[in-house]
Design a protein around this ligand. Structure first.
Ligand SMILES: Nc1nc2c(c(=O)[nH]1)N[C@H]1C(S)=C(S)[C@@H](COP(=O)(O)OP(=O)(O)OC[C@H]3O[C@@H](n4cnc5c(=O)[nH]c(N)nc54)[C@H](O)[C@@H]3O)O[C@H]1N2
Ligand SMILES: Nc1nc2c(c(=O)[nH]1)N[C@H]1C(S)=C(S)[C@@H](COP(=O)(O)OP(=O)(O)OC[C@H]3O[C@@H](n4cnc5c(=O)[nH]c(N)nc54)[C@H](O)[C@@H]3O)O[C@H]1N2
Ligand SMILES: [Mo]
Length: 665
């Protein structure tokens, strides 16, 4: 038996360093190690079970062509040459006949590494003149807000949470979605820190908090503005900090002034005293820290909501101390771009927002999408308006390639399936977006089946489509070198750190001491003009609930401990239930365990119901990332999610799904 070290690049903030045991060429055990200090030697239960997936029945072992109807999952194996030639020929034919825009590449965070996205893949699709993809399914509203206010200033490191005396967990559920924050929260609590949770559900963390604000989904904006107004009126504003470091204070104040505690309480569906208690604690406690998650972005007010939450630490002067400030995404901590290795530039072609994939495949014309190339993503499981996506994937005149390590729900609709290596079979360079770390990933085992890396496949397709140019970065080493070229200090730090490094500003930055806003004037822009222009109603303008009396329940679909988005969903056995408060079940005559129909005008999900007091009445929950096998009718939460856009960043509004629930059958 041998033990090897590598990094987990899956789409999670923690970015664990891994210890992998191999026996006779097979992975037998995976655990955390201490290379990334945040990992602390342990990992989540999902990735611990990765060997089951590696060698499981869903693993794609060879390239294959479809032989049955779309969706049937009947394929025949072919050679790589046949597959690549067919795909290259087809892409070129679609471009020549309909124009490059008739090709749509669809990818997201599956591999989450610098080497395997936006490198040779971008080279292929850009040189083909394909449609551009707007990757807005996640973090688009938070990203716009964080950019507008702070130019994406890096946030507080997990390790500094124990310094905080007050921690606000806002629209995040780290017990499921980033478990390595948990011991630091426990440590902070053990030192006497207070914990506030803002979440419509009573999560495990909320149950252990000092104050839980179980607001209606999509009402974070009024809550944050009411807190701001209270701070303005109750000597809770740090005028000196604002004078030195902020712009837009008056415009922000004007918007906050509209939201009294009572008005916000009514809108949020909570007690005004709870908001006041929150405001007092926040004013009176230092260091105070906000962990802002992604749960609050996934609705029509998401962008303004995140902006208003991020305004609070500036307003109350919570920066400049260890354990004070905020953490959102730390993805921008690294001045690295994969496209440096593309050796091409984006074409001046149309942009298609991935949140409207269903529309793009069923309604978009001029030109119609004739070729879809899916990699690093499982859109049938993860994009809104699932029925539309499915209808699009069923189109006989659509040529679909799915390149994945596993036979996902989407792959069942492919004309050609290509086997991808998993991160244990290839090199990678990846960073955390919670953890402040950059790590090299190493191939630990021989490739399983005939799988290939993204980089190899796209390089071959570039060549076979006749698009290669002299001087293209070709080898993996070329690609990494192109990405790191502009930052020799990072390259050096990786070498010295055995493939691991913290960002140039250090492992545990104090905001406004070690890191500053990356805005033009290094100040926080509390009323960023560009955000005000972008938001349809203007920045900080609340859009009321779009619900209709016919669909009185809000359906949310957050991350669960079972999957990473839909990754590793094949390991989830049995069916998954809808969570509902007993008060919503009673008038519907529903008992725990009943089969129910969850429905709206977009679709329906048939599954069991689980009654739990942890839900807020009026809100029901299905986890994100389910596969079709996890419900009785093969549909998941996304069959009910609208493809409307959030106010900033054209982000997905998963949690704006409004439904009703009845007995099934
Ligand atoms: N185990 C696991 N880990 C993951 C993932 C996974 O799928 N599984 N996904 C990864 C990815 S891609 C991401 S983006 C992150 C996301 O991780 P998080 O930031 O935790 O985001 P979510 O899971 O979407 O939602 C977090 C919480 O927000 C609550 N919520 C829902 N609507 C609202 C609202 O309107 N306001 C407020 N205040 N709260 C609301 C939900 O009930 C949930 O408890 O996690 C990553 N980590
Ligand atoms: N209802 C609902 N839906 C949601 C959300 C929600 O909150 N509610 N959250 C959304 C969020 S936050 C996100 S980030 C998206 C994520 O949506 P997706 O990006 O579609 O994420 P995954 O489902 O994890 O699919 C990633 C796929 O990439 C594959 N993959 C991994 N590594 C490689 C590689 O190296 N090469 C290739 N070719 N493939 C690889 C994996 O096997 C997996 O099948 O889902 C969104 N969907
Ligand atoms: Mo995400």
């Amino acid at each position: 038996m041998t033990t090897h070290s590598t990094a987990c690049p899956l789409d999670c903030p923690d970015h664990c360093s891994l210890s992998v045991e191999v026996e006779d060429g097979r992975v037998t055990e995976i655990d955390g190690n201490e290379v990334n200090p945040v990992t602390q030697g342990y990992i989540c239960a999902k990735v611990r079970r990765l060997p089951e997936a590696l060698y499981g029945p869903e693993r794609v072992l060879e390239p294959a062509f479809r032989i049955g109807p779309k969706g049937s999952g009947h394929f025949k194996p072919v050679t790589w040459d046949e597959a690549l030639d067919t795909i290259a020929r087809k892409l070129v034919a679609v471009r020549d006949q309909h124009g490059g825009e008739a090709i749509l590449p669809l990818s997201y965070g599956g591999s989450n590494g610098f080497l395997s996205q936006d490198t040779t893949d971008a080279r292929l699709f850009w040189r083909l003149g394909a449609s551009n993809l707007k990757r807005a399914v996640c973090a688009a509203p938070t990203g716009r807000a964080a950019m507008g206010l702070y130019g994406k200033m890096p946030g507080v490191a997990y390790e500094d949470y124990p310094h905080a005396r007050l921690i606000v967990i806002w629209g995040a559920n780290p017990a499921a979605s980033g478990i390595h924050l948990m011991p630091f929260l426990q440590e902070a609590k053990a030192h006497g820190a207070k914990l506030i949770v803002v979440d419509p559900r009573r999560t495990k963390l909320a149950a252990k908090s000092h104050l839980h604000l179980a607001i209606r989904p999509g009402t974070d904006l009024p809550l944050a503005l009411a807190l701001a107004r209270w701070l303005f009126e109750n000597d809770g504003v740090d005028r000196k900090f604002l004078a030195d470091h902020a712009t837009g204070v008056d415009a922000f104040h004007e918007h906050a002034a509209m939201w009294t505690l009572d008005r916000a309480a009514l809108t949020c569906g909570i007690d005004a005293h709870a908001i006041e208690a929150f405001a007092k604690l926040y004013r009176d406690t230092t260091p105070a820290l906000i962990r802002c998650g992604w749960g609050l972005e996934r609705n029509r007010n998401g962008g303004s909501a995140v902006a208003a939450v991020l305004a609070l630490p500036a307003l109350a002067g919570k920066f400049k101390v260890k354990g004070g400030g905020y953490t959102l995404s730390n993805s921008a901590a690294w001045p690295l771009t994969s496209t440096a290795a593309a050796a091409a530039s984006p074409p001046n072609t149309r942009t298609i927002n991935m949140n409207r994939l269903g529309e793009a495949l069923t309604e978009t014309t001029d030109p119609r999408v004739h070729a879809l190339f899916v990699y690093n993503s499982n859109p049938l499981a993860t994009m809104p308006e699932q029925e539309k996506v499915r209808k699009g994937l069923e189109r006989e005149d659509l040529f679909t390639v799915v390149f994945d390590s596993f036979l996902t729900d989407t792959a069942l609709f492919a004309d050609v399936v290509l086997p991808a290596t998993t991160f244990l079979e290839r090199h990678e360079l990846s960073r955390g977006y919670g953890s402040l770390s950059l790590q090299r990933g190493m191939p630990i085992i021989e490739r399983i089946g005939a799988s290939r890396t993204n980089h190899e496949v796209f390089l071959e397709l570039v060549k076979r489509a006749g698009l290669a140019q002299v001087g293209d970065p070709e080898t993996e080493a070329d690609i990494e070198a192109a990405i790191l070229k502009a930052t020799p200090e990072i390259q050096g730090a990786l070498e010295n750190g055995n493939g691991f490094t913290h960002p140039p500003f250090g492992p545990r930055p104090v905001q406004f001491v070690d890191v500053f806003p990356r805005t033009s004037d290094m100040k926080v822009h509390l009323f960023a003009e560009e955000l005000d222009t972008e938001a349809p109603r203007g920045l900080y303008e609340y859009a009321p609930d779009p619900g209709t009396p016919r669909f009185p329940l809000a359906l949310i679909s957050p991350a669960s401990h079972r999957t990473i988005s839909s990754t590793l969903g094949q390991l989830v056995r049995g069916q998954i239930a809808l969570d509902m408060h007993p008060a919503d079940a009673e008038p519907r005559n529903l008992k725990d365990g009943d089969s129910v129909r969850v429905w709206n005008t977009s679709g329906e999900v048939i599954c069991r119901v689980s009654l739990t007091e942890s839900m807020r009445p009026g809100v029901v929950c299905l986890p994100k990332g389910l596969w079709s096998r996890h419900t009785q009718n093969g549909r998941t939460a996304n069959a009910l999610a609208p493809d409307t856009f959030s106010d900033l960043g054209e982000g997905a509004c998963f949690n704006d799904a409004r439904v009703d629930v009845t007995h099934a059958g």
